[in-house]
Design a protein around this ligand. Structure first.
Ligand code: CA
Length: 236
């Protein structure tokens, strides 16, 4: 039997959950509905879904709190999270992404758009065809063990930052525009803003730390580049 991608819907409004659920079933997904955070946690403990649709405004613990917790937990950290919310402010959007959400969709949304975004995160998460170890300078990434090290020290990266770094290392020294990165790393950028790239680049630099973070260069007006030739400030 074909594996139907599992989608955990964490949503306290039954009408919305039902609408999403019906559409997902029609499109070949296997939806599971959790009405609150404890039900969602129990579902996650039982079976890991392929993607989580997480409402921001939930009674009790908010979606933001849940996203942070799931991202921090080894068992759930790689499951893509799409936040559903009525909040449309940029600051909220950034907060959602910073909490570890892979994408963000504001209510009211079209089910067509929602499905496109689910497919996009699933494509993004699809295992890389090439699982060979890659490196740039002292930075090494191993897709098969999901590990990144700098001079032998293990670094902690989120799933999007991992994929971003994989792309940058395999295409080092070249400058990539935000739209190119969305296309190559996110896979389907129709609904994703270029600002998202900046958010994840910031997170990538933070995860890499002070020294390795310098390898990720912002090229003004052009985009980003990973380089092993880190510019050294000239003495005055
Ligand atoms: Ca709600």
């Amino acid at each position: 039997m074909r594996h139907l991608p599992g989608v955990l819907i964490v949503e306290d409004e039954p009408a919305i959950a039902e609408l999403i659920s019906v559409n997902l079933k029609h499109s070949g997904f296997r939806p599971v509905w959790a009405i609150d955070s404890s039900t969602a946690q129990a579902e996650l403990d039982a079976v890991l879904p392929d993607v989580i649709l997480l409402d921001w405004m939930l009674p009790g613990e908010s979606g933001l709190v849940l996203a942070k917790r799931w991202r921090a937990h080894p068992r759930t950290k790689s499951v893509p999270i799409i936040m559903l919310t009525a909040r449309g402010d940029e600051s909220d959007r950034v907060a959602g992404l910073d909490a570890g959400a892979d994408d963000y969709i504001a209510k009211p949304f079209s089910t067509k758009e929602l499905l496109a975004r689910i497919r996009a995160v699933l494509r993004r998460r699809a295992p890389e065809q090439d699982l060979s170890v890659v490196s740039a300078g002292d930075l090494t990434l191993d897709p098969s063990t999901y590990r990144v090290t700098f001079r032998g020290h293990l670094l902690k990266l989120g799933p999007t930052e991992f994929k971003l770094l994989h792309y940058l290392i395999t295409h080092a020294e070249r400058v990539h525009s935000r739209s190119q990165l969305l296309d190559k790393v996110w896979g389907d950028h129709v609904f994703i803003e270029e600002r998202t790239v900046d958010v994840h680049m910031k997170r990538l630099r933070e995860a890499l730390g002070l020294e390795a973070g310098q390898m990720v260069e912002t090229v003004r007006g052009a985009g980003y580049r990973l380089t092993t030739q880190v510019a050294v400030a000239k003495p005055a």
